[in-house]
Design a binder for this molecule. Structure first.
Ligand SMILES: Cc1ncc(COP(=O)(O)O)c(C=O)c1O
Length: 377
């Protein structure tokens, strides 16, 4: 089977199985807010999707995205998920001799896009307690230079869950400015953080803030995200769009309703996902050799280190997968540190996390002796 056929069959088996507990992709499985459901249903009832959407998104949604970020004067460009926004920004600025600097771990796809464009990518290792599993301005300063076209920062970091303060963002922005680099502030998980400062606020001429509706609102399969930048920068990125016919009208109607009830929605699901994180921490605490390097994750997920227990992440993923519990092997995120950990997502019904923690001790024991592993993605 070709790589794509194999990968597709893997995910198709998952999406076709109604018993899967999705604890692997940071998707959000809490039932929709009634206002959002109503908006989606109204969109279907009124059949508002026979038309193409405006190419940068429905104006009301663009405005609501900018208002949500608190970036007066900035413009939003609505995309088919944050991933399309990231692909566009990389396409606009990376190329041979126009390089990218990012963290390891971080998110793998923009790295791939940059390499594909001919850029060299420097990944700064941050999996170390010495820096509290974070990028520091010193480390970043040491890695940028005249060829740095893009600094790609995931904040909160997926998978580690560390978030950055306003001072950190100012320091990173100053470094980007000093070499004339674009700062991509991937803010996909910002809504779960205690605090978040969009880099566009402190570096308006050179920072692009990327947001997603997949995680906080639960729209992963509806595919909607955006990038936000000041008008001149937005135009440069918009010029390389591959989606001149816009994004889903249905998703945009739902997203607009979502933003109108966001405070209420986050107040309801925020504590639930934090309680899920705590349930996992309690279970991990009881397992010899297991630990959580970032116990106060600012994302809707946690990393669980299993290296000291002598457990291969892939074996644990396979064992839990056999019980329809999907978690993610570290190697998805990082070849360098992937053998150390698994990642578990927490915007899910409490019963799913309960199933995970109940199955975990026996799965760990079986994973010790599991050798024959099929491919994971
Ligand atoms: C850091 C990061 N950025 C972007 C995305 C993509 O989000 P979207 O579903 O909006 O394309 C993800 C998805 O997991 C992610 O983890």
């Amino acid at each position: 089977m070709s790589d794509f056929e194999e990968k597709n069959a893997f995910f198709d088996r998952l999406v076709s199985n109604p018993n899967v507990r999705w604890l692997g992709q940071n998707t959000n499985h809490f039932p929709l807010h009634p206002k959002v459901r109503e908006a989606l249903e109204a969109s279907i009832r009124d059949e508002n999707f026979h038309v193409y959407a405006p190419p940068a998104g429905v104006e009301a949604l663009r405005e609501a995205i900018v208002a949500d970020l608190g970036l007066p004067g900035a413009r939003a460009f609505v995309t088919n998920g944050a991933v399309e926004a990231l692909a566009m920004i990389v396409r606009a600025f990376c190329g041979p001799g126009r390089d990218m600097v990012t963290t390891d771990p971080g998110w793998k796809w923009p790295i791939l896009f940059a390499r594909r464009a001919g850029a060299t990518v420097t990944e700064i290792p941050i999996w170390t307690p010495e820096t509290n599993y974070r990028l520091t301005p010193e480390r970043l300063r040491a890695e940028v230079g005249p060829n740095t076209a893009v600094i790609y920062l995931v904040d909160p970091n997926n998978p580690l869950g560390v978030g950055y303060s306003a001072e950190d963002i100012e320091a990173f922005a100053a470094i980007a400015r000093s070499v004339g680099a674009i700062l991509i502030h991937d803010s996909t998980y910002r809504d779960f953080a205690d605090a978040h400062t969009p880099a566009t606020r402190v570096y308006p001429e050179g920072a692009v803030t990327v947001v997603s509706f997949s995680k906080w609102l639960g729209f992963a399969g509806l595919r909607l995200g955006a990038f936000v930048a000041m008008p001149e920068l937005m135009e440069k990125i918009a010029a390389v769009s591959d989606a001149p016919l816009g994004c889903s009208m249905l998703a945009q109607a739902g997203a607009l309703a979502g933003l109108s009830v966001k405070a209420e929605w986050m107040a309801a699901i925020g504590p639930r996902q934090r309680a899920n994180q705590a349930m996992i921490a309690e279970a991990v605490d009881k397992l010899p050799g297991f630990s959580m390097p970032v116990p106060d994750s600012q994302g809707n997920f946690v990393v669980v280190e299993c290296i000291e227990a002598g457990i291969r992440p892939e074996a644990l993923v396979a064992e839990l997968g056999a019980h329809d519990v999907m978690i993610r092997q570290g190697a998805y995120h990082t070849p360098r540190f992937g053998h150390r950990f698994v990642k578990v997502s927490t915007t899910v019904p409490e019963a799913w996390v309960r199933d995970f923690v109940d199955l975990l001790p026996a799965a760990v024991e079986r994973a010790r002796t599991l050798n024959d592993l099929s491919s994971l993605f």
